[in-house]
Design a protein around this ligand. Structure first.
Ligand code: GDP
Ligand code: MG
Length: 452
């Protein structure tokens, strides 16, 4: 797609089906074009910036709708250009008529994310902030909203900017040495340089580490519920989701396929996957279900291994899988309502006694699920990296910082050192968009919705 960034663009900013619809127009011709179809007390060209006026949209002498038009004049607008917003009634017919009246007067339909792309190009936001706009719109939980909100407000950008500033200083000191290369001077004291690069490397690594949290808070925590047939997996899923989602029956092997249920616990999105029971079977359909179960286990962050209260550990259907280090496994003993003198006394905090049917122990289970997630960090406004793209850039920056450290150790020349540091700056610059290409921008903004 080839953009012409000087075109005037138009798009509906709201989904159809609501009572009202917002149509947004941005660009040099925005005010003149809408003025041509607007009939109010005064022409729009005379309306002050950030003011709303009431009137009619009229084309060929016919009133299409009565609307409120808001005028935003460059440069203090979202895109940095003149923007006109039309609030019309939310009929698909009205929206189409107004938009085609506008495009026939020289505007074109906006591409996905084009308003925000212009905001970035005009320097109103940096690239990581622009990306956070999409995350804000997609946020489904308090935690993912908190992360996106910090990023959109520029908390992350400030941290990156500070880092970049230090790197620029380092580079200029090193490059100063080059100018005096005959005289063998060292402006950048090597041990100081070493500790500065180390400090930066620690900062980058702590940002990288925050991705583990950021990623799950943004995408949701995947929890696989596994166990032998009939232990109560589907019942637990329904209890957690607060609705009847999975089929429950006392015929073993009822859940042949995996079912995913998304639910919000304490501001975090969880994706529970109800699986087919794991056990030996000749039934082909069931075998396929079991294959999917193994897949679900490999993708999950938390695995709930379920058993019934009155079975023994020697149960032949016990699971054989080994979790990786990022996975947490809890052993959930279900149906304790059937035990007469049950006592939930245990020092093993990976062991939980519940009744999926009556609800005993479910609150404790929910608490366990959110433990280990540093939600306070998200709500406090700490910088938490939640974008795969940023994580990759930080990983590359970290590698370059390591290379710089070993170059310092080897007593490498100033020009090679400054070259390494420039690499670090490059990778950090791709996050904020100081370094960007049409491909990168297209990749990012094409995932936005139209009208944003
Ligand atoms: P799944 O095969 O593991 O998905 O098991 P289901 O959820 O389909 O449950 C199998 C049977 O156990 C059903 O008859 C459930 O009503 C019953 N069940 C599940 N949880 C409990 C529980 O906590 N207590 C009792 N008494 N029965 C339960
Ligand atoms: Mg089931």
């Amino acid at each position: 797609m080839i953009y012409n960034d000087s075109d005037t663009i138009v798009a509906p900013a709201t989904a159809t089906g609501g009572a009202l619809c917002l149509i947004r127009i941005s660009g040099g011709q925005a005010i003149a074009i809408v003025d041509d179809i607007f009939c109010g007390k005064q022409p729009l060209s005379l309306v002050g910036s950030h003011r709303a006026v009431y009137g009619n949209i009229v084309e060929n002498g016919r009133v299409i709708d009565d609307v409120v038009v808001t005028i935003f004049k460059a440069p203090h607008t979202y895109t940095g250009e003149d923007i006109v917003e039309i609030s019309a009634h939310g009929s698909r017919y009205i929206i189409n008529r107004i938009i085609s009246a506008i495009t026939s007067r020289g505007a074109r339909m906006a591409e996905a994310g084009e308003f925000t792309r212009r905001a970035f190009l005009a320097g109103r936001l940096d690239l990581s902030q622009a990306e956070a706009v999409a995350d804000i719109i997609a946020s489904e939980s308090q935690a993912s909203h908190a992360i996106a909100s910090t990023q959109m407000r520029g908390g992350y950008s400030d941290e990156l900017k500070a880092m970049r500033h230090e790197l620029v200083n380092l580079c200029s000191l090193l490059e100063l040495e080059l100018d005096f290369s005959e005289e063998d001077v060292e402006f950048a004291d090597r041990s100081q340089l070493n500790s500065l690069v180390k400090a930066l490397s620690n900062k980058v690594d702590s940002l990288r580490q925050s991705f583990a949290l950021g990623n799950v808070l943004k995408e949701g925590v995947t929890v696989a519920i596994v166990g032998a047939p009939n232990v109560g997996k589907s019942t637990l899923l329904n209890r957690l989701a607060g609705e009847e989602r999975a089929m429950v029956s006392d015929i073993a092997g009822t859940t042949r396929d995996t079912i995913e249920v998304v639910t919000n616990i304490d501001g975090v999105i969880f994706r529970f996957i109800d699986t087919a029971g794991l056990h030996a079977t000749d039934d082909r359909l069931e075998q396929m279900g079991i294959e999917r179960t193994r897949e679900a286990i490999s993708k999950a962050r938390i695995i709930l291994v379920m058993r019934e209260a009155f079975t023994t550990d020697s149960d032949a259907t016990l699971l054989d899988f080994s979790p990786n280090e990022q996975q947490r496994v809890y052993h959930v003993i279900n149906k304790i309502d059937l035990c007469n003198n049950y006592q939930a006394e245990t020092t093993d905090d990976t062991l939980l006694y519940i009744s999926a049917k009556s609800g005993i122990g479910i609150e404790e289970l929910k608490e366990r699920l959110t433990e280990g997630l540093d939600l306070a960090a998200a709500y406090r406004g700490d910088t938490i990296v939640s974008s795969q793209r940023h994580y990759q850039a930080l990983t590359q920056a970290s590698e370059s910082l390591q290379a710089t450290l070993s170059a310092i150790k080897r007593d490498t020349s100033a020009d090679l050192l400054s070259e390494e540091i420039r690499q670090v700056m490059h990778h950090i610059g791709t996050i904020t968009g100081e370094i960007s290409s049409d491909d990168i921008l297209h990749n990012i903004f094409s995932k936005f919705c139209i009208g944003k």
